[in-house]
Design a protein around this ligand. Sequence first.
Ligand SMILES: Cc1cc2nc3c(=O)[nH]c(=O)nc-3n(C[C@H](O)[C@H](O)[C@H](O)COP(=O)(O)O)c2cc1C
Length: 209
Amino acid sequence: MTLLRIDSSARGSSVSRRLTSKFVEDWKQEHPSGTVIERDLSRTRLPQITDEWAGTYADPAKLTPEQREYLAISDELIEELRAADTIVIGAPMYNFTISWPLKAWIDQVTRVGKTVAYGAQGPKGLLSGKRVVVITARGGAYAGTTRATMDFQEPYLRHILGFIGLNDVTFINAENQSNGQAAASREAAVEQIHQAIAQESNACVEVGC
Ligand SMILES: Cc1cc2nc3c(=O)[nH]c(=O)nc-3n(C[C@H](O)[C@H](O)[C@H](O)COP(=O)(O)O)c2cc1C
């Protein structure tokens, strides 16, 4: 079993990072011989989409040295996704959506021929059979409130992850981090992490991992 942990907050005191750490700690207890791949997007230099991105549509044998060099990080990030059985993503909410390092990661891993294919029926995600847990941290509260329509984080992530074939996605939202309910919300998130890992272990027992 392989777990890919992705962090996208650069804050040292990050709530989402503390919760992905907790997820990894609990996951390791359930899977002592499992492998954990750590991808910290605040320490990964991700390129912008430039003309070299056209190399993603070219015959790999015909890539220029510049295109090959440019696409190396995209290839590496996609290999990490392919290797993972479970993916945990820490996502701070910034301005009602995801942080730019997470968006830059999405731009690198959403790639025709590698994670999505276009056919007669339209686009088809190529990553399948993986479980994703997204742990968000938010200053306010959105889920089940009148502010739900301002949440452009969870709907966007569900859509883009599904687009590349990741449809089994659980959200754990640590909301209210800017008010008096912060600690209670983090405790609730830790409980949901326990439940998510227990569910994964039960699925392993039923269908094998
Ligand atoms: C630049 C910036 C923008 C933010 N925008 C929002 C927002 O739109 N909605 C919200 O609920 N909280 C917002 N927050 C609060 C963060 O979501 C909150 O601090 C959260 O804990 C950040 O995740 P992290 O602790 O993992 O870094 C914002 C914080 C920053 C620094």
